[in-house]
Design a protein around this ligand. Structure first.
Ligand code: TXA
Ligand code: MG
Length: 324
C-alpha cells in the first residue's frame, strides 16, 4: 500500500469526499490539524480504531483523543461541568483537550477510550472540523507517527514515516501550532494539567480564575498513559540547556544569544531568532527531524524559557532527551 496524497490547495472538495470514503470503509486517514498531523479513524468502529494502533505500531492500547465538530456534538458523548464548558467555549476550536466523563451508552467504542469511563475530547480547526461535520461521527486521532517517534507537522513527515501503511494523506501544509494539544481535567475547583501543549497554563488560569495543578510522577503516567518518558525520540542523542557546543553536535538555537563554539556545529537550526515561543513551537518537531537527519551523533539544544508555550516545548524536549 502506498498512500495517495491530496493537497487541500489543489482540491479541497475532492479531499473531503475521498477522506470520508476511506473513513466509511473503516480505514484511518492522515489529516492536518492546527497542532500536529493526526491519524484519524471512526471512533465508533472497533476495526477502524484497531487499524490506528496497527499503523502506529503502538505496543498497547492507549486512550485516544476523540475529535468533535463542535461543543454541541461533544455534549452528545460527554458530560460537561461548568468549568470544562467555559474552557470549551473559550478555546474551541483549538489546541485544548478536555478529559470528561463519558455518557453511558455512547457510540464511541471502548477501544478508542481504552475502556475508561472518561474520554479526551478536542474540537480542531479547519479541514479536520469540516471532515468531522461531513462524516458525522467523532474521529479518534493520535498523532500520525510511528509510536515513540517525533510527531509530524507536515504531510511529508507523515509520508516518510507511514506512507506505506496508509491509504490516504491529506496535505494541509505545515501545522501552525506545532505541538500537541494541552490536556486538562477539571476536578472541582482545580484544573489538572496532564500534558502541556498548544494552550499555555497561564491562558487557562486566566480564562477560569482557577489554579492549574501539574500532574507529576507515576500518577500522571497512569492517567495519560501515552505520555511515556521516552516519547518523541530522535535517533540521535539529545543534550539540553547547552551553552557551549561539543564536537560532533548539531545545534538547535533559540533567540539571538550566541553559543560558544557554534561555528563548529554540523548544522544550526534556530527555532525562533526573535525569541518568539509560538514560532519556536511551530518549528520544534521539524527541526528535531532535520537535526536528526543531519547524521550528527548528538543534537544540542539551547535553554528555552519555561513560561507560556515554553512549558510544552520543554516537555517534548525532555522526553526527546530521556534515556531509552
Ligand atoms: O494535538 C493533539 O492532541 C493531537 C492531534 C492529532 O489532535 N493528538 C494527540 O493524540 O496528541 P495522542 O494519542 O498522541 O495523545 C493522546 C493523549 C495520550 O497521552 C493519552 O494517554 C491521553 O491523551 N488521553 C486520551 N484519553 C484520555 C483519558 N480518557 N484520560 C487520560 N488521558 C487520556
Ligand atoms: Mg503522539
Amino acid at each position: 500500500m502506498t498512500a495517495n496524497i491530496i493537497h487541500l490547495r489543489d482540491n479541497a472538495d475532492s479531499a473531503l469526499k475521498q477522506a470520508c470514503d476511506v473513513l466509511a470503509d473503516g480505514f484511518p486517514v492522515a489529516i492536518p490539524t492546527e497542532t500536529v498531523y493526526g491519524l484519524a479513524a471512526d471512533a465508533t468502529n472497533p476495526l477502524a480504531v484497531t487499524r490506528i494502533y496497527e499503523a502506529k505500531g503502538r505496543p498497547r492500547f492507549n486512550p485516544l483523543i476523540c475529535h468533535m465538530a463542535d461543543l454541541a456534538m461533544a455534549e452528545e458523548y460527554a458530560s460537561f461541568d461548568a468549568v470544562s464548558r467555559r474552557l470549551a467555549e473559550r478555546f474551541w476550536p483549538g489546541p485544548l483537550t478536555l478529559i470528561l466523563p463519558l455518557k453511558p451508552e455512547t457510540a464511541i467504542h471502548p477501544l478508542a477510550t481504552a475502556g475508561l469511563d472518561t474520554v479526551g475530547i478536542r474540537v480542531p480547526e479547519g479541514f479536520a472540523s469540516s471532515l468531522i461535520r461531513a462524516f458525522g461521527r467523532p474521529l479518534a486521532a493520535p498523532s500520525a507517527n510511528t509510536s515513540g517517534k517525533v510527531s509530524p507537522t507536515s504531510a511529508q513527515h507523515v509520508a516518510e514515516d507511514l506512507g506505506d501503511r496508509l491509504k490516504l494523506i491529506i496535505d494541509g501544509d505545515a501545522a501552525p501550532v506545532g505541538v500537541e494539544s494541552t490536556i486538562v481535567r477539571v476536578e472541582g475547583e482545580t484544573i489538572r494539567l496532564l500534558r502541556p501543549g498548544g494552550v499555555s497554563a497561564e491562558e487557562i488560569e486566566a480564562a477560569t480564575g482557577l489554579p492549574i495543578v501539574r500532574a507529576e510522577g507515576p500518577a500522571a503516567i497512569i492517567e495519560a498513559p501515552g505520555m511515556l518518558a521516552s516519547h518523541y525520540a530522535p535517533a540521535a542523542a539529545v543534550r539540553l540547556d547547552v551553552e557551549a557546543l561539543e564536537p560532533g553536535e548539531v545545534l538547535i538555537r533559540f533567540g539571538a544569544r550566541p553559543v560558544t563554539g557554534e561555528e563548529k556545529a554540523a548544522a544550526v537550526f534556530n527555532l525562533s531568532p526573535s525569541g518568539d515561543l509560538a514560532e519556536a513551537a511551530s518549528n520544534l518537531f521539524d527541526y528535531l527531524k532535520k537535526a536528526d537527519a543531519s547524521g550528527a551523533q548528538r543534537i544540542a539544544v539551547m535553554r528555552i524559557p519555561e513560561h507560556g508555550l515554553g512549558e510544552a516545548i520543554n516537555d517534548r524536549l525532555a522526553r526527546a532527551a530521556a534515556p531509552r
